[in-house]
Design a protein around this ligand. Structure first.
Ligand SMILES: [Zn+2]
Ligand SMILES: [Zn+2]
Length: 365
């Protein structure tokens, strides 16, 4: 049975790498067997990500479908629990790239009995941080400069993450010859796996520190609160996220920082709402203008504009104010503003108004 990896990961066919990675992480956490998830589903999710998370495999999959990978799996002599492996291994062992998995790599490691602190990963990566920024409706339309405060682990301000006292010497680690990685053969339920793991003596840095930094006790880390100035581009919508690479947690000596994701929250507006790049609003106008035609003032995100109402306009008619909508990310074009007109039925009438309406009624209006 061909499998629809996109469906399994709950993403669109044109999803970008980031969306695929995010969706995979979310689903994998959700369906993790340790948390009572369905193991088959969990395997499917992993299988799907092994393919879609890799540019080349994804391209092959888009052309040939999942059969291409199922065959590869059979040819590799892989006949254990279906799904998890199947790619890029030959002979006795196979390599698993756990780099993309973050936390999950550790969980999988626990589950399958191997270490994720290795693979093809060059250095350990810190955790991603997710935070939010709140915008008013108008800020979301036109963009805004915002400040956010995050409390995070950063590289030590004295040794810049090296862990070494600025006066001290750094020499090559003797255990790994300065490479930071050592080979390890591990027996797993899939057979023997050759993994390259971080050197246990230097934590993968390849360096030996003679005099540790006093400020961070040689860890290379420092926890502090930082204020970040961010530029929110025009046209961001509720739930979208800004991605700031390397602004996440610093994992310590020899590692690289994770990323920061800032989710956009947009407050509701009393007059305007939004549908993709269109702004929507409803205006109440006198019944007589709908019938006879005229001009009314309409609020837009750019201020008031005149809107011409032709005679005989039916209640609920929508008018398009071109280019008064949400800016596109190209910075040039904007969507439109759609204004729906409704008759303003007064709930209190003067004696004179009442008399006139009664007369109109008599004329069949
Ligand atoms: Zn330090
Ligand atoms: Zn070493």
């Amino acid at each position: 049975m061909p499998k629809d990896y996109y469906k399994i990961l709950g993403v669109e066919k044109n999803a970008n790498d980031e969306e695929i990675k995010k969706s995979f992480r979310r689903l994998a956490h959700e369906h993790h067997p340790d948390k009572g998830g369905d193991p088959q589903k969990f395997k499917d999710i992993n299988e799907a990500y092994q393919v879609l998370g890799d540019k080349q495999k994804r391209a092959t999959y888009d052309q040939l479908g999942s059969a291409a990978f199922e065959q590869a799996s059979a040819a590799g002599g892989f006949n254990g629990a279906n799904g998890f492996g199947g790619f890029g291994f030959g002979g006795q062992g196979f390599d698993v790239n756990m780099e993309d998995l973050g936390d999950l790599g550790d969980m999988l490691g626990g589950m399958f009995g191997f270490s994720s602190r290795g693979g093809r990963s060059r250095s350990k990566q810190g955790h991603d941080i997710e935070t939010e920024v709140r915008l008013s409706f108008l800020e979301s339309i036109f963009g805004a400069d915002k400040e956010i405060r995050i409390y995070k682990t950063t590289a030590c301000s004295v040794c810049h993450g090296s862990g070494s006292d600025p006066e001290g010497k750094i020499s090559s680690c003797q255990t790994c010859g300065g490479r930071g990685r050592v080979q390890q053969a591990q027996r797993t339920i899939f057979g023997v796996m050759n993994t390259v793991v971080a050197c246990p003596d230097c934590q993968g840095t390849g360096q030996r520190i003679e005099k540790p930094c006093k400020h961070c006790s040689g860890t290379g880390m420092e926890k502090l609160e930082r204020t970040l100035k961010i530029k929110v581009p025009a046209g961001m919508s509720e739930g979208e996220a800004l991605h700031l690479p390397s602004e996440g947690e610093f994992p310590g000596r020899g590692g690289r920082a994770g990323d920061l994701y800032i989710r956009i929250r947009v407050a509701a507006h009393p007059v305007f709402s939004r549908d993709d790049h269109e702004i929507l609003s409803t205006v109440l106008i006198p019944y007589s203008i709908l019938a006879l035609g005229g001009t009314v003032d309409v609020d837009t995100v750019d201020g008031k504009v005149d809107l011409k109402i032709p005679a005989g306009t039916v209640a609920g008619t929508t008018f398009k104010l071109k280019g008064k909508g949400v800016p596109y990310s190209n910075g040039k074009n904007r969507g439109d503003h759609l204004v729906k007109v409704m008759p303003d039925i007064p709930n209190k009438l003067t004696r004179e108004q009442k008399k006139l309406l009664e007369d109109l009624g008599k004329l069949g209006l």
